[in-house]
Design a protein around this ligand. Structure first.
Ligand code: URA
Length: 294
């Protein structure tokens, strides 16, 4: 891809990539996939080697939050959880899902503070998203809070800032919270995965599973009075339900985390509300539920 393209064509191509969600370089070397003929992108991709000493404890531990597969308010081209809708295979996570979860659970259990949990996440290589993300996005807001908000995954702005919900969706989330009298200092905001999925695709169930022990430990350390899942994939992951967000939203349930039962509710994702302002009426009803519970 060189001299046969003029500058305008190159800019148009870049614009197209960006519109398709490919808005960040994930490698230092550009690959000319067209030169590979029929070979699928990702074929021959080798997984990073595990370092000696990072052996994963093989004893399985039960997950406290119920398992669920994600679905999310994402652009159509990247919406499906298992396969990007181009039909291309995705790169695998560095560890098998259960290996990663077991290792994560052992590590997460060993820490007693949010700082310790953050340090453990920085060292954790069991979630494949880490290799393409710029920064870890752990949390924003108060370390201890009555309300813990759990979204789907960092996007581009969050990946650059290293904090969840700082982009346009985050600004709307802040307005929604302000409408019921809450500021950033009153809430703890995080996501079901701690690194940005490439192209803002939905995190895979494996990626969510690898992060879940950390999320559960985070919930224990924050000790919120309620969990608010934001968007379809967070709702499924947190509530352990298979239904879509329109069915899940606005109803209180109880989830067990460690030895606590915590009330949890789901609401619509602010990114969806930005695209579908008419749906704000539903989100407002959910926010009022949260307010009255407080
Ligand atoms: N959307 C999310 O679900 N989480 C973020 O942190 C940002 C956008």
């Amino acid at each position: 891809m060189t001299s046969s393209y003029d500058q305008d064509e190159m800019l148009a191509l870049l614009g197209w990539y960006q519109a398709m969600g490919a808005d960040a370089a994930v490698g230092e070397v550009a690959h000319d996939w067209l030169s590979r003929g029929d070979e699928a992108p990702g074929a021959g991709f080798s997984l990073p080697k595990r370092e000696a000493g990072s052996a994963i404890n093989p004893s399985p531990a039960p997950a406290a939050l119920p398992a669920a597969s994600p679905s999310a308010p994402r652009p159509a081209a990247v919406r499906s959880a298992g396969t990007v809708e181009t039909g291309r295979p995705r790169a695998a996570t560095p560890l098998g899902a259960s290996e990663a979860e077991t290792g994560a659970r052992r590590i997460a259990r060993s820490v007693d503070s949010l700082d310790g949990l953050e340090a453990a996440l920085r060292d954790f290589d069991g979630c494949g998203l880490k290799s393409t993300a710029t920064k870890l996005c752990f949390y924003r807001g108060a370390a201890q809070a009555d309300v813990m908000i759990i979204g789907e995954a960092p996007g581009r702005d969050e990946d650059l800032a290293g904090k969840p919900f700082v982009g346009r969706a985050g600004q709307l989330l802040d307005k929604m919270l302000a409408a019921i009298g809450l500021t950033e200092a009153d809430v703890h905001i995080t996501n079901i995965v701690y690194w940005r999925p490439p192209g803002n695709r939905t995190p895979t169930p494996q990626e969510a599973l690898a992060c879940r022990p950390f999320l559960e430990r985070q919930i224990e350390l924050v000790a919120p009075k309620m969990l608010v899942a934001v968007g379809g994939s967070a709702a499924k992951e947190v509530l352990g339900a298979a239904e879509g967000i329109m069915r899940l939203r606005g109803k209180w349930r109880e989830v067990t985390v460690g030895d606590r039962k915590i009330p949890a509710i789901a609401t619509l994702h602010p990114a969806y509300l930005l695209r579908t302002p008419a749906a704000k009426q539903h989100a407002w009803i959910d926010m009022l539920q949260i307010k009255s519970k407080l």
